[in-house]
Design a protein. Sequence first.
Length: 351
Amino acid sequence: MLNSNKTNSEDLRIYQIIDANLDRAREGLRVLEDWARFGLGKEKYVKRIKNFRQILGKNHLEIYKQSRNHIEDKCKGLTHREQINRKSSDQIISSNSGRIQEALRVIEEFSRPHNHQLSTVASEIRYEIYNIEIDLLSLSKCKNSEEILIENDLYVITDQKENLLEIIEELLIAGVRIIQHRFKTGTDKDNLQEAIKIKNLCKKYNSLFIINDRIDIALASNADGIHLGQDDLELKIARKLLGYSKIIGITANNQIDISNALKDGCDYIGIGPVFETATKKDKKPIGIEKIKTLTKDLDIPWFAIGGINSKNISYLKRNGLKKVALVSQLMNSEDPKEDAIIILKELSHEN
């Protein structure tokens, strides 16, 4: 508790410092709380951050508030040009997390001699904020990825080509926002180097970069997510390795696999093959009617795949299949940019 010694001039200066920093910390916490609430919709984090605000409020003693006008603050209103440069939610979260941590450190130091309880509380909350900042940034990144999945109807899967980077950039220029990189041959070293180059291209065009199967390559290239088949690594294990900042897609073509994918927390589903396809010669098409049955209650993004091209997209759309994944037509195109533009227009056209 607060030392009961007679208040002197130095005490008042210290109380004024504590008062100012309690205000700063609580203001910063409110910024994080509102982002967790309105930006992310994460009740767990809202409750945690609100609890920190309440604890600091309880420890904001009247003697600290009464010291506010002891010395005139001649630096009131000072700003820094970096405050103007905060353009994104990530920058706002990071800057306010830093503000909270700095304010709590000041409180911790200046309250230690006379209010051990407040010093301890400030230290405990400060360490919690380090983790909360990382979690909020990870959740924000995943939220952005989820929005791209929802808003975009064309999902492009790569094939191994000598000029693959050129093809991908043409597709990105055309407006493609989801690229899955699939490779079955080559050394891990070469595949990783190529993945990093594709990731950089996707980042340049604000597009998702997803790796097929290989979680090690996904992690090493800082991909936005991974796509798993039924014979690949279990989704639960993949989530432990990737965390919640990455998206995980699952291939599924029956009700059991779809139910398991949803239960385990996948972010999107690829369903097919719709038609016969040279990419999956051993897979029997499951057809449009079965896909419609399987997806009627799905509330996450899903993409039809297999034998889809510009000639049958309008037919798929008439049957309610609005999101599609393509491989061959765009990977083998003589003009991938133009073909992608045509397909994107077809997908955006209302039947």
